[in-house]
Design a binder for this molecule. Sequence first.
Ligand SMILES: Nc1ncnc2c1ncn2[C@@H]1O[C@H](COP(=O)(O)OP(=O)(O)O)[C@@H](O)[C@H]1O
Ligand SMILES: [Mg+2]
Length: 265
Amino acid sequence: MTNHREPRAERGAAEPHGVVELHDVRKVHGSGEGAVTALDRVTLGFPRGTLTAIMGPSGSGKSTLLQCAAGLDRPTGGRVLLAGLDLGAQSERRRTELRRERIGFVFQAYNLVESLTAAQNVELPARFAGRRKGGTVGREEVAAALRAVGLAERAGHRPSRLSGGQQQRVALARALVTRPDVLFADEPTGALDTRTSGEVLRLLRRLVDEQAQTTVMVTHDPAAAAVADTVVFLQDGRIADRLDLDGDHARAAAAVAARMARLEA
Ligand SMILES: Nc1ncnc2c1ncn2[C@@H]1O[C@H](COP(=O)(O)OP(=O)(O)O)[C@@H](O)[C@H]1O
Ligand SMILES: [Mg+2]
C-alpha cells in the first residue's frame, strides 16, 4: 500500500493544534493503595484530516488515552479540548451531547445488534444524535455511510450473515453516520485476520484522504500503525516516542516495529 499525500503543514494550517487536544492529562484509576496512574502528563493534539496511531505495550495507557480524548472517561488532571471546547468544563449532559454529535467510536468487538439489519444498526446512533448543522440524520445519510464503507448492497443483511471485516465496516459506518469531527478506533483490526485487517485499514486511510476524516487508532500491530500519518508511542502512561510517516507503508511498518521493540526491551 502506497499513497501520496499533501504535506502535513498545509492540511493542518487552519487548525494547528488539532480537533482534539490533550493538555497535561493525568488519569489515575482507583484510589489508595490500589491506585494506578494510567496516564501521566500527556500533551498531544490530533490535527484535522490526519490519521494518528497510538501504540505501546499492553497496560501502557492506550485505551485510557482514547477514552479520555473521546470524553468517555474523565481525566484526573489536565484538560481535553474538542474543537476548542474544554470537555471538563461542560455539564455531564452537554458532554454526552458533544460525544454523540461530534465523536465516533469503534472497538475491537463490533457490538452490532443481531436482531437489526446493517442499515438499522447504522441508523441507531443517528437517532440519538438527532439534528446537527441544521440537517436531520435520515435514510440518505445511512445509505451514504454504508456506501462509504462499500456495503451498500448489504444494507438489509443481519450481522451474522456478514464476515468479520464486513461487520467491522458496518460498525465504522455507524460511527461515521453522524459525521463526527473525529473518529476514535480502539484495536479496530484486533479480531480480524491479516487480509481482512488490510481491507479495514485501507478503508480508514481512504476516509482520511478523501473525506479528511480525522482518525485516532489504537493498535499493537505495526502493519496497522504504518497506514497512519503519525505514530505516538506510549510507555507507562507517558509519551515515549513519536514517528511521522510518509506513506511508504512497508518501510513505515519496519520503522514502527523497530521502535516498539526498543520500548519493550
Ligand atoms: N477501570 C480501571 N480500573 C483500574 N485500573 C485500570 C482501569 N482501566 C485501566 N486500568 C489500568 O491502567 C493501566 C492502563 O490501562 P489501559 O489504558 O487499558 O492500557 P492499554 O490499553 O495500553 O493496554 C493498566 O495498568 C490497567 O491495568
Ligand atoms: Mg487497551
